[in-house]
Write a protein that binds this ligand. Structure first.
Ligand code: NAP
Length: 281
């Protein structure tokens, strides 16, 4: 087993210098989530799919979902081909009966729940905040905020039964710096930063950690309006010091860390994974 964030001291012409060996992912890291059961919402594509894959590759049994049955089947098949232990179900996170199925599957197929990743979000309209239709505002808050809160509420007794666990919300860099014209969506993502802290404080004595990841711009379907054309791309990257979009796997890596015992002293926090984009409330 290689476990090398090793420091190498080498002699060179009588002098010695120190170099750091590149980190190798060890077998131990691959099994960081062995025995854990995770639910990841909105996980048949994009960031959610990458999170499910990463948690599965680290040894977790994963329950995935999205609204469309055929997307769920396709993703389940792909993840199983990777050797991941996974079950899937069609679940619109705004539907209570369908959310219940996620917990039923985690319990019936895998024996309980240790990790909830609330990743689903919508953005049904783009407009300045004060020109946003009330129904658009309500839809954004229903899915992005209320469903996240309800999922955490429903996960809680399951996590308590296991003696603890981890909840990770997916916010956005837009939660720190509202992106015009994604005003209402941005505010919903700011709300998740507060929700993370509020729940974290309440469940800390249950050995449950609650954290959040705020992705920068990742070239998924969701972000295609701000990543696909050359003009949109240039405008979007103007706030990103690294001058590139993030990859779903880079968001998944932060989620896996927060879900794992490596983050055992981390709760109520948000990790910004945004290529250096300014993130300050
Ligand atoms: P995406 O690639 O478009 O994937 C969306 C996934 O969500 C699909 O699997 C979709 O499948 C599912 N889905 C959509 N609505 C759902 C619902 N109501 N219930 C359950 N599943 C649903 O999106 P993404 O870019 O990965 O975004 C994932 C998260 O990252 C969101 O919270 C988003 O706000 C956040 N984020 C994204 C970016 C970015 O630049 N991409 C940046 C910051 C934050 P079905 O169609 O089958 O439902």
């Amino acid at each position: 087993m290689i476990r090398s964030l090793g420091i190498l001291s080498m002699g060179m012409g009588g002098k010695s210098f120190t170099s750091v060996k590149p980190y190798s992912v060890s077998a131990e890291l691959n099994n960081r989530l062995k025995g854990k059961v995770a639910i990841v919402t909105a996980s048949t594509d994009g960031i959610g799919y990458a999170i499910a894959k990463r948690l599965g590759n680290e040894g977790a049994s994963v329950v995935i979902c999205s609204r469309k049955e055929n997307n769920v089947q396709k993703a389940v098949n792909e993840l199983r081909k990777e050797g991941i232990t996974v079950e899937g179900v069609a679940c619109h996170v705004g539907n209570a009966e369908q959310r219940k199925k996620l917990f039923d599957i985690a319990n019936d197929k895998f024996g309980g729940l240790d990790i909830l990743v609330s990743n689903a979000a919508v953005n049904p309209g783009v407009s300045p905040v004060l020109e946003t239709d009330e129904n658009v505002w309500d839809k954004i808050f229903e899915i992005n905020v209320k469903s996240s809160w309800l999922l955490a509420k429903e996960a809680y007794p399951n996590l308590v039964k296991r003696g603890g666990g981890s909840i990770v919300f997916i916010s956005s860099i837009a939660g720190y710096q509202p992106m015009s014209p994604l005003g209402a969506y941005s505010v919903s993502k700011t709300t998740l930063l507060g929700l993370t802290k509020a729940i974290a404080n309440e469940v800390v004595t249950d050995n449950i950690r609650v954290n959040c990841v705020a992705p920068g711009i990742v070239a998924t379907k969701f972000a295609s309006a701000i990543t696909s054309s050359e003009a949109a791309k240039e405008q979007s990257l103007s706030i990103v010091p690294m001058q590139r979009f993030g990859k779903p796997s880079e968001i998944a890596a932060a989620v896996a860390f927060l879900a794992s015992n490596d983050a055992s002293y981390v709760t109520g926090e948000t990790i910004v994974v945004a290529g250096g984009a300014h993130a300050h409330l």
